[in-house]
Design a protein around this ligand. Structure first.
Ligand SMILES: C[S@@+](CC[C@H](N)C(=O)[O-])C[C@H]1O[C@@H](n2cnc3c(N)ncnc32)[C@H](O)[C@@H]1O
Length: 267
């Protein structure tokens, strides 16, 4: 489909798309017919995220499937995936657990890297869990890695068999303070459900619940990795001892990422 590229670029630019030419090229290549292309451009101009229209986003060099209603993985979350890979080199069979998995982008990176990995992922949204299953089936299904995706609140869907055994626990949970949600770009505010973003008054409500139960699930020598803002990292580290955790902040300025790595305090 060639459409009328100049017109498309002009319409996208007028709608505020900063990378209008690149976006036009992607929309043209993903539409099978001229009328499909017109529909995609119409939806993009109306503000739908490009990734939802394309049906994929690039994450850690992989094409991860995304769909309306599912959080679009951000490049900054590659920090969690990269650190989890480093940690799992010592425990290639896991188990690894990803809470709040969304599309499953981080889990996919792990499943591709470790063919013997036992991997469990959970999300409270059925649409996200279905998307994660599809992505793991596509990218992580070739090897013998065993993976399961569950719908439910944080740890609730996990088997008690995992208690005290989890080598690496990962969570890119909602961490935007409620009052800051209105400052997000319209794409995120209008097209990603607020449950994917809203972390309560200081943004840490879900993360605190994750930290509170982490020691119960982690193996001796296991680690928890969570994404947050730099200010929140300082708060979580100051509070960690009350959950019998110690930790350190991680950052990658190139991709604007901050995370906290935590581990159980002895005794
Ligand atoms: C910021 S998104 C991150 C998704 C994915 N981890 C990623 O990096 O692309 C947060 C995810 O947490 C899920 N979520 C929110 N509250 C949850 C809860 N209480 N239990 C499980 N999942 C939850 C949302 O549905 C959403 O998919």
């Amino acid at each position: 489909v060639t459409g009328e590229p100049d017109t498309i670029v002009t319409r996208l630019r007028a709608a505020g798309c900063v990378f209008a030419e690149e976006e036009a090229g992607l929309l043209v290549s993903s539409a099978a017919t001229g009328s499909q292309l017109q529909e995609l451009v119409r939806r993009r101009v109306a503000g739908e995220p490009l990734e939802h229209l394309l049906g994929w986003v690039e994450f850690a060099g992989l094409r991860i499937g995304v769909r309306p209603g599912v959080f679009v993985p951000r490049r900054r979350s590659q920090l969690l995936a990269e650190r989890a890979v480093q940690l799992l080199h010592d425990y290639p069979a896991g188990p690894a657990v990803e809470l709040c998995c969304g599309s499953g982008a981080i889990s996919v990176v792990l499943a591709r890297q470790f063919s013997r990995l036992e991997l469990h992922a959970t999300d409270i949204e059925a649409a996200a869990a279905a998307c994660a299953r599809d992505n793991l089936a596509e990218h992580g299904g070739a090897g013998p890695a065993s993976w399961r995706v569950y719908v439910g609140d944080l740890y609730a869907p996990l088997s008690p068999d995992l208690v005290g055994r989890v080598a690496v626990l990962i969570a890119n949970a909602p961490y935007v303070p409620t009052k800051s949600i209105r400052l997000l770009p319209p794409e995120a505010r209008l097209y990603e459900p607020s449950v994917t973003r809203d972390g309560g008054s200081d943004g840490l409500a879900v993360l605190r619940r994750i930290l509170a139960d982490a020691s119960h699930w982690l193996a001796p020598g296991g680690h928890l990795l969570v994404e947050c803002s730099p200010d929140q990292a300082a708060v979580l580290l100051a509070e960690a001892a009350q959950w019998r955790l110690a930790g350190q902040a991680l950052a990658d300025d190139q991709i604007g990422a901050t995370a906290v790595q935590l581990w159980p305090l002895n005794g």
